[in-house]
Ligand binder design. Structure first.
Ligand code: IDP
Length: 140
């Protein structure tokens, strides 16, 4: 059975553009409950660790620099079928290929600066949530 939590970040481009509130509104209106949230900033080392699975990809270095270039919002979200439903809400990685009405279609600037992160599996949702939040910083 699919899990009921996923993990998201509002990335530096969307935070800097002042789109965090509008994005959180879309997330809540889609039925997700925010069960942990913080504004923070990654160091390049932390971004490198978070995106370690991509370390062989050509865009890894730029991605780590971009993700540590400004503040972000990290959050754990709750909903039935959370991972899959949230991936649908955010749309494709490349905003040019994202469906109309998705968060990336509306707010992303490029394939790299694509406004939001969404976990791609229940396992990664748990790992990523634990990367940012202790058990005392989340609704249990
Ligand atoms: P996802 O975020 O849609 O799951 P991934 O393939 O896991 O996409 O890539 C992680 C992040 O790396 C993307 O959200 C985007 O910020 C960046 N990225 C992915 N592909 C490219 C690329 O071809 N060029 C530059 N950045 C990319």
């Amino acid at each position: 059975m699919a899990g009921n939590r996923t993990f998201t970040m509002i990335k530096p481009d969307a935070f800097e553009a002042g789109n965090s509130g509008a994005i959180l509104k879309m997330i809540e209106e889609a039925g997700f409950k925010i069960v942990a949230m913080k504004a923070t900033r990654l160091t390049p080392e932390m971004a490198g660790k978070f995106y370690e699975v991509h370390k062989e990809r050509p865009f890894y270095k730029d991605l780590c620099a971009y993700m540590s270039s400004g503040p972000i919002i990290a959050a754990i979200l709750e909903k039935d079928n959370a991972v899959e439903d949230f991936r649908k809400l955010i749309g494709a990685t490349n905003p040019e290929q994202a469906a109309e009405g998705t968060i990336r279609k509306i707010f992303a600037k490029s394939i790299e600066a694509n406004a939001v992160h969404g976990s791609d599996s229940d396992e990664n949702a748990a790992i990523e949530g634990n990367f940012y939040f202790s058990q005392f910083e989340r609704v249990i």
